[in-house]
Design a protein around this ligand. Structure first.
Ligand SMILES: Nc1nc2c(c(=O)[nH]1)N[C@H]1C(S)=C(S)[C@@H](COP(=O)(O)OP(=O)(O)OC[C@H]3O[C@@H](n4cnc5c(=O)[nH]c(N)nc54)[C@H](O)[C@@H]3O)O[C@H]1N2
Ligand SMILES: Nc1nc2c(c(=O)[nH]1)N[C@H]1C(S)=C(S)[C@@H](COP(=O)(O)OP(=O)(O)OC[C@H]3O[C@@H](n4cnc5c(=O)[nH]c(N)nc54)[C@H](O)[C@@H]3O)O[C@H]1N2
Ligand SMILES: [Mo]
Length: 769
């Protein structure tokens, strides 16, 4: 099979297999009726531990995860640790994620000698990562079509020659996946900016860019304001566009605790996800033994895809009608209320219900819940952010919170659920293609460099520039850019036009096979492993979703003696490409405390980071909006007044959102099952409303071809998918990334955030011939 056929780009009617292992057995689907987490999770963990060939070491490593002071930070997600003594809140997916890194298998030089790149391209993405941990730096050799071993010095020199040969530093791009530590991040952006470019695309450009922009505009700082303690004090928690049980499983603990103390929990999602039902709290072993479960939801609202802005508008309309606003707060801290009031009054219920897909009664009931609550938290993730009008939507969420003073008081506020474990820290520490002038000033002063001032390219911009030939060197610091980016064929062609692609990785993935003329695989140590440098074992720091910065130290022997740490690799690349650099790269790598000392001169809140991060739970970065200090131009929280988006689904098109299954971590696929959606042995699926299926004459598991229609009218297709009926509003559909990235047109991104519209594809579904 070619890689195209795997993902369903073969020919009409030919069955697609998907990126997973291709498990034998007919696909099936049964509604999931059990509580989330609990024994199903325990069984699934056991299978993963066995498969990684590390059952004992894996179990032992779990006990070191997320522990105060001495553990490593779970690389699974960015949900915070519980600061109140519960240090060990294990989750199924964190465990899977950690053991995947700790596998006993190795993709070593013998492995690469045995397989050409062309051959590996026909392997599934599961099989690629399942080859095990990378052990040696490798260079692509075009004559043999193999990756061949190269010394670290030669690898750095090759990259250095390429970078120095560029006409301008803007011909290079430096991608970051959200795993990178704060220290590696800081060195990485320093390298790019000392070279002279702000081309720092990152996974945030596909993830929470919209959240940062919206919160920056509304409250003056681009982060959430709440802490895990606030989650423990809210009267009402809204979970919008998050598949919590799979993607932020430790949130289940917070939700079940909230339920027990009488907090209302509203799930706003076109799909009914299992987190809105019941859970067995992962660490409650007694509950596990007795199968005792707790509800994790009190109300479900099912908007259309992209309907959240109108839904929030409807709630605000009722709040204003009933004058249930916090006048004192608004008078003292906010601006824009008159305009917002006028916009809400002018938006008709017809518009609101058409745009949201939710009827007026239901919206009024939601408004009653909101008005009855003294302290409300609204949380959201990709269902909200990967939309055309995401910035407007998140500003509307903030408007609604501001109306009732739900910010800067205990138990209330906006709470974006970030994805990668350190994606928030990456932004804090300088990964930003639109850096603020004040940050650059301080960087210049502390590091003695002259950073460029013009904005750089984001993910979508880099794809275009590579296609046009104006970016020729691509460095991927972690992640799997080829598969994570939209428009797979376009992205592959863009990467193949590069003179050099460099991937710093722990495991083999497709981004190594879709490469430039020259290509390097630079293997690094992982989060679970010890990082020993000249001054001894090092700690790194990370920041979670709620602005807590803390130290992380790995305990395991690195997967191979030749692996380098990410800071060491960045320093090596930087020295080779900046021969006359005055930056003490070597000294930084010898002792990461020195990196943190410099960070303290550049970043607010990091002044004493070497001491603070080593405290048991680290420290909280100040979030001024939490103290009702709004760093906006007006000095006040700014209400927005955006028009509602219109719904255009002419020609019988469906609106499709791409999402994750339970058994995957972004582009890393563990199996072809999605336990909480009751699906087995299938990833090339489209979940559809049963009426829509009937209209198209489709029965369960019928083969379909799917074509997306881009804004410019261009079409992209996948073949041989299976249709499965699901509880989702008519006119909407869902399926899995990264398979469906083929259907995401690279040119269709939000004007507001630059984010590709990964949850907003207009598709035509046809029965396969
Ligand atoms: N186990 C595991 N954990 C992960 C990840 C993983 O892949 N696996 N990925 C990590 C990363 S990087 C991220 S960013 C997060 C992602 O976490 P999520 O945001 O939960 O990711 P998705 O699977 O894309 O799910 C999006 C959810 O949005 C809903 N949705 C779709 N369209 C809309 C809409 O218009 N409105 C609303 N309200 N909802 C909508 C979908 O039904 C789905 O429940 O998880 C992180 N954690
Ligand atoms: N259609 C569609 N596309 C999407 C999304 C969607 O919802 N729909 N979601 C988007 C989102 S939110 C995100 S965050 C991106 C994810 O995009 P990425 O972050 O680029 O992708 P990952 O799959 O998380 O990266 C997996 C790879 O990371 C490497 N890796 C793992 N651990 C480490 C480490 O410690 N260090 C280093 N250097 N490498 C490591 C391994 O080699 C592994 O193969 O995808 C985006 N793409
Ligand atoms: Mo993400």
């Amino acid at each position: 099979m070619t890689d195209e056929e795997l993902r369903g780009q073969g020919s009409p009617g030919s069955p697609a297999r998907g990126c997973g292992p291709g498990m034998p057995g007919e696909p099936s689907q049964q509604d999931y009726t059990h509580p989330s987490a609990g024994w199903g999770a325990a069984r699934s963990v056991g299978q993963v531990l066995m498969r990684s060939r590390e059952p004992i070491a894996g179990a032992r490593a779990m006990l070191r995860m997320n522990q105060e002071r001495n553990g490593f930070d779970c690389p699974g997600c960015a949900w915070p640790d519980d600061p109140n003594g519960l240090h060990l809140d294990l989750c199924e997916n964190g465990i899977k994620h950690v053991t995947w890194e700790m596998t006993g298998k190795r993709a070593d030089p013998a492995f690469f000698a045995a397989h050409t790149v062309t051959e590996l391209s026909g392997w599934s993405d599961f099989d690629l990562e399942n080859a095990g941990r990378l052990t040696e730096p490798m260079r692509y050799d075009a004559t043999s079509d193999h990756y061949v071993p190269v010394s670290w010095d030669e690898a750095f020199a090759l990259a250095g020659r390429h970078v120095q040969a560029l006409d301008s530093p803007n011909q290079a791009a430096f991608y970051t996946s959200g795993r990178l530590s704060n220290e590696a991040t800081f060195l990485y952006q320093l390298w790019a900016r000392e070279l002279g470019t702000n081309n720092l695309p990152d996974c945030s450009n596909m993830c929470h860019e919209a959240s940062g922009r919206a919160l920056q505009a509304s409250i003056g700082t681009g982060k959430g304001t709440v802490t895990i303690t606030d989650w423990e004090q809210a009267d009402s928690i809204w979970v919008m566009g998050v598949n919590a049980a799979s993607n932020a499983p430790r949130m289940l603990t917070a939700l079940s605790d909230a339920y027990k103390r009488g907090c209302g929990i509203v799930h706003i999602n076109p799909l009914i996800e299992v987190a809105s039902r019941r859970t067995i709290v992962p660490h409650e072993f007694v509950a596990m033994g007795t199968f005792r479960s707790t509800p994790t939801g009190t109300m479900d609202i099912q908007p259309r895809i992209g309907g959240d802005l109108a839904l929030m508008r409807g709630v605000a309309k009722v709040v204003l009608e009933k004058d249930a606003v916090d006048h004192e707060f608004l008078n003292r801290y906010a601006t824009g209320l008159d305009d917002y009031r006028a916009v809400c009054a002018a938006t008709s219920w017809d518009e609101i219900t058409a745009s949201s897909g939710v009827d007026e009664d239901t919206i009024r009931r939601l408004a009653d819940v909101y008005i009855a609550s003294e302290r409300t938290i609204i949380s959201w993730c990709l269902g909200v952010t990967q939309q055309e009008h995401a910035v407007d939507t998140i500003r509307e969420i903030t408007n609604l919170l501001l109306l009732r003073g739900n910010i800067g008081k205990p138990g209330a506020g906006p709470s974006p659920i970030r994805g990668h474990s350190n994606v928030q820290g990456n932004r804090t520490c300088g990964i930003d293609h639109r850096p603020k002038p004040e940050f650059l000033d301080r960087l210049a002063a502390a590091c003695g460099i002259n950073p460029p001032r013009e904005h750089g390219l984001d993910t979508v911009g880099v794809l275009k520039a590579m296609t046009e030939g104006s970016v020729r060197v691509f460095v991927g610091m972690g992640g799997n850019f080829a598969m994570a980016a939209p428009d797979t064929s376009y992205t592959f062609a863009a990467l193949r036009k590069c003179a050099l692609t460099v991937q710093v990785s722990t495991k083999l993935n497709r981004s190594h096979l879709v490469h430039g003329t020259d290509a390097l695989i630079l293997p690094c140590i992982g989060r679970t492993e010890t990082d020993i440098q000249a001054s001894g074992p090092q700690v790194i720091t990370v920041e979670d979703s709620m602005s807590m910065v803390h130290a992380s130290r790995g305990r395991r022997r690195p997967a191979a003696p030749s692996l380098l740490s990410e800071p060491a690799i960045i320093a090596g690349l930087a020295r080779a490409s900046l021969p006359s650099s005055g930056t003490p790269w070597q000294a930084y790598v010898e002792n990461y405390d020195r990196i943190r000392d410099t960070m303290g001169q550049v970043l607010d809140g990091f002044e004493d980071v070497n001491r603070l991060a080593r405290q048991p739970h680290g420290f909280r970065l100040r979030q001024p909006a939490r103290e009702r200090v709004f760093l906006t131009p007006s000095g006040l929280a700014e209400l927005s007044s955006a028009p509602l988006p219109s719904v255009d689904l002419s020609g019988g098109l469906l609106m499709l959102g791409t999402m994750r299954s339970h058994d995957q971590w972004n582009t890393t696929i563990y199996s072809d099952n999605d336990r909480y959606r009751g699906l087995r042995n299938l990833r090339t699926v489209i979940f559809m409303n049963r009426d829509d299926m009937g209209r198209l004459g489709l029965s369960e598991f019928d083969h379909v071809d799917i074509t997306s229609v881009a804004k410019d009218g261009s079409e992209r297709s996948v073949y041989g998918y299976r249709a499965v009926g699901y509880d989702i509003p008519a006119g909407n559909a869902a399926g899995y990334m990264p398979e469906m990235n083929i259907l995401c047109p690279a040119g269709d991104y939000s004007e507001q955030s630059g984010q590709p519209l990964m949850k907003h594809l207009r598709v035509r579904v046809t029965p396969a011939p």
